[in-house]
Design a protein around this ligand. Structure first.
Ligand code: GDP
Length: 535
């Protein structure tokens, strides 16, 4: 296997290069097999862009992005890695998403940078709470979803029951692309729905290599697979009758989902998933600007910052902004404009990111992800452009549900504490709220999930030498309000209005929904607007 970037070939036109790109993320409940699937996908990759990061050599360490000690201890992935590889003349960009629900805001930002998502289900468990939550985010963002039913090599549920669950619980019409022959746990292969052939597998040991497979035509499959074949084809007929045929319009509109079956651990069905991504999933499309006009793919460069991350490498302590290329060609060294400030941004140190590993990237096209180092001014949701201005809609912040006051534990570290809070706020690790009353010595941290507080505390201690004390507040929900709201709620018991530093929004905090309801009833003209993604 040669190691070279698939994007460093002869310079292509952005439209042509965009057509070859598929940029997606996998959403799943923890343990459904996301890491295993990522490895299995990489087994089929022809080339991986990050130098030396050819998958399969270093085991799964190369894929996971557990750069913080806390992540390792807890076995969760807080940060996002990007994996780029070539497959069938296409360039696949796979963006990692955190597995834990407490970091769903981070996932939301990643989903702002993809063109499709793979919803990974455990065959025995079907839709799990975190899958549902993440699916809601896909729906909110209009991201088309492919479904991959994993772990078919062990006992699980009936395939019809699983597709029915998808339809009933999340209202996505299932459109099976493949169908299993043999029940979960005693699985022989997959029927290709489009042409009725069967792909039969001989399981490979521990996914170390691809499962051996052979293609059988329908007659041979019927003769050799007997009742299992009969059952699979009967079920498919049944699905055909209820209108489960593939329809690209419904898939791209997010109302229907192609469904595939497999076992990532044995690398079964994984190449089929890649084929489906290449053949069915949408390539990068012109992105609408905040003003509503679309930025054409072949317009001058534009990109969306969807994640900012610091100190992936303890010896560097720098800050990387992940930028999704939306239009044009990115060339390292170009000077871009940071739309939010109007300031120039030099891209001398553009990098391709692969977990902890980095390599210099020279050019990139729509759908690709570029890591920009020393990106101190950039925040998630920011736009960068060249030549012709554009502003993409920013990525909205989630509704926080947990609130704590942060104070520095050692008063001599006040300066570091302030700097640290400012940095973590601008990375989007947590929301920081303040008011004149509280002052900036004791900001209120607002989180979607409580693990975010632990990340903040660990990073402040570790990177800024400023250990903190946290005091939980009793609020559980926030509503957007305005200056009139601030006046009206002054002195209201158990309610506080704070300013969110990142976007200047005024958030009214309530201890519970009954208090909110009472206020809304008594003062019907008060602006108390729900924030997005309220759990
Ligand atoms: P993640 O938490 O979603 O990243 O899940 P992992 O990839 O870590 O997988 C969780 C567990 O399921 C691990 O023990 C895997 O070996 C196992 N696993 C993943 N895919 C399969 C599969 O296709 N078949 C079986 N039997 N086990 C699997």
């Amino acid at each position: 296997m040669t190691v070279a970037s698939p994007t460093t070939g002869p310079a292509g036109a952005p439209v042509e290069e965009a057509r070859r790109r598929r940029t997606f993320a996998v959403i799943s409940h923890p343990d459904a097999g996301k890491s295993t699937l990522t490895e299995a996908l990489a087994l089929h990759a022809e080339v991986i862009s990050a130098a030396g990061a050819v998958h399969g050599k270093g085991g799964r360490k190369g894929v996971t992005s557990d750069w913080m000690d806390m992540e390792r201890e807890r076995g969760i992935s807080v940060t996002s890695a990007v994996l780029q590889f070539a497959y069938r003349d296409h360039v696949i960009n796979l963006l990692d998403t955190p597995g834990h629900g407490d970091f769903s805001e981070d996932t939301y930002r990643v989903l702002a940078a993809v063109d499709a998502a793979v919803m990974l289900l455990d065959a025995a468990r079907g839709l799990e709470p975190q899958t549902l939550k993440l699916f809601d985010v896909c729906r909110a963002r209009g991201v088309p979803v492919l479904t991959f039913v994993n772990k078919w090599d062990r006992p699980g549920r009936e395939p019809l029951e699983l597709v029915d669950e998808v339809e009933q619980r999340i209202g996505l019409r299932p459109m099976p692309i493949t169908w299993p022959v043999g029940i979960a746990g005693d699985f022989h292969g997959l029927v290709e729905r489009a042409d009725g052939t069967m792909r039969r597998f001989t399981r490979a040991a521990h996914g170390a290599s691809r499962a051996a497979e052979e293609i059988l035509d329908a007659d041979r499959a019927a003769a050799e697979e007997g009742v299992d074949w009969e059952r699979a084809t009967e079920e498919l007929e049944l699905l055909g009758e209820i209108g489960a045929d593939f329809d690209p319009v419904d898939f791209h509109a997010g109302t229907a989902t192609p469904v595939m079956f497999g076992a990532a651990l044995s690398n079964i069905g994984v190449a089929r998933l890649l084929d489906a991504l290449v053949e069915l999933a949408p390539p990068p499309a012109p992105r609408p600007s905040a003003a509503g006009a679309e930025r054409p793919i072949d317009a001058p460069f534009s990109g969306l910052v969807f994640k900012v991350q610091a100190s992936m490498d303890k010896s560097h302590r720098d800050r990387v902004a992940f930028v999704r290329v939306c239009s044009g060609r990115f060339e390292r060294g170009m000077v871009l404009t940071h739309d939010a400030t109007g300031r120039p941004f030099a891209t001398k140190y553009a990098q391709a990111m692969f977990g902890r590993d980095r390599s210099t990237i020279d050019e990139a096209f729509p759908g690709d992800i570029v890591g920009l180092v020393n990106a101190n001014a950039l925040r998630p949701g920011d736009t960068l452009w060249a030549e012709k201005p554009v502003t993409f809609p920013t990525i909205p912040s989630f509704a926080p549900e947990h609130f704590s006051v942060a104070r520095v534990a050692d008063a001599s570290k006040t300066k570091q504490f302030r700097k640290g809070i400012e940095q973590l706020d601008s990375e989007g690790v947590i929301q920081v709220l303040s008011s004149d009353l509280r002052g900036d010595q004791a900001p209120v941290l607002a989180a979607v999930g409580p693990l975010q507080f632990e990340v903040v505390a660990a990073r402040l201690a570790d990177e800024f030498s400023a250990p903190i004390k946290l005091e939980r507040l009793d609020y559980t929900l926030a509503r957007r309000t305005d200056a009139a709201g601030v006046e009206a709620l002054k002195g209201a018991i158990g309610i506080e209005v704070l300013t969110r530093r990142a976007d200047g929004e005024l958030l009214a905090l309530f201890p519970h929904k009954w208090r909110l309801q009472a206020v809304a009833q008594n003062q019907p003209n008060l602006l108390l607007e729900p924030l997005i993604a309220e759990g």
